[in-house]
Design a protein around this ligand. Sequence first.
Ligand code: ZN
Length: 495
Amino acid sequence: MVLTGLMGHVIDVEAHVARGLPGFTIVGLPDASLAEAKDRVRAAVASSGVEWPRHRITVNLSPASLPKSGSGTDLAIAVAVLAAAGVVDAALARDLVLLGELGLDGRVRPIRGVLPAIAAAVHAGATRAVVPAGNAAEAQLVSGARVDAAVALATVLGALGAEATAESLEPVPAPAARVRQVAVPDLADVRGQPLARHALEVAAAGGHHLLMVGPPGAGKTMLAERLPGILPDLDDAEAVRVTAVHSLAGAFDAAAGLMRRPPFEAPHHTASSAAIVGGGSGLARPGAASLAHAGVLFLDEAPEFPTRVVDTLRQPLERGEIVLHRAHGATRYPARFQLVLAANPCPCGMFAGTGEGCTCTSVVRRRYLARLSGPLLDRVDIRVEVGAAARADEPGEDTASVAARVQEARGAARERLAAQGWTLAGEASGPWLRRVTSRAACAGLWRAVERGALSARGFDRSLRLAWTLCDLEGASSPGVEHIAQALALREGTAS
Ligand SMILES: [Zn+2]
């Protein structure tokens, strides 16, 4: 199996054993790590107490047109060579999907991306697979195939009829997953901030992108981190997709099962474009935008992100996926996330209300937030000012209560939009919304357009927001007051 993005392709590994000078060649576009596979495979076979065939051996990985990289084909190469040499039963090995890297000591070592690889193998009709013991829990999350866990090459060869010495070896555990954000913190921790809390709820209900502007320490990060908690669980298909992306990035703990909750990713503004949209040599790795798929991508201090990095987010915002162009073709990763931006009001961070304590000139201030304009800000439906943290002692409403309202509003939107193929208010098209919204309600928006306060794009975005507000209230269609609220949320003047 090789993976191109989340797409798995079954690779046929064939070996040919001929008389002649002993040698070992692998063909079919091998990259540097495949060349090293030769040494690993030979050593692992020797460590398993099986003699390496003294023949001219050619291994062919097909189709040749697919780029292959990584060490996940070691196990398949070893079995193919020994099947061609008659050491293992070729008939038993024929339809087996074999995944795993081999250690020099003969152990089968875990690899990345086992979940999407097994899912693709099942899709291609495979019914039996052997995976590294360290990846077994992950592989077993996919139904449809019998998956055997291999600790050592010797046991795999033994099961296929070879006389191998299976010493008792400890399984190689999967590398500790870089799992961040285990438990999502509760909204009850956020004291005061009624406006920002409301904005967060509306964003969750309609799938709207959100910008929070406020001084450092006002609680913007606290609020953003609590957004995933008020979003509903992922459905089955989305859970597998999200888990698969995290498996590829090595950021997934199989013991916790499929990822059922929306992820939260918060790349730092010094992160490279590759860290955000994905890339790297060999197997292109998914970046933060893909790890945030079906969840939240949070850019704190958003104006500090370099323009070139921000520009790379344009494609996922428009298409919900990222296409990475590689030497041997394109790699696609899903990247439909909810964007949350946070910004200080000015470079010194102190400008608020009266502007007392701020050392920035008005020009500097304007330029600072203007850095956010363009592709990102264009897509942000809600802008909210987050004031200095209130000193109120009473805890805020908890996550569960807000999540219940969000769930209900989403249900109403889904029902209304089902015939159009949309699920969230934030996805509905402008022309359609204009047709189904009352003339009286739209009048407020037209007035805003006339006085130059709203662009055509802004018109549709405000309309979407008004529908979300109406869904949250359980109303059947937005009225004048929803439109007014939507305009205020969009312009950051809600009070
Ligand atoms: Zn300032």
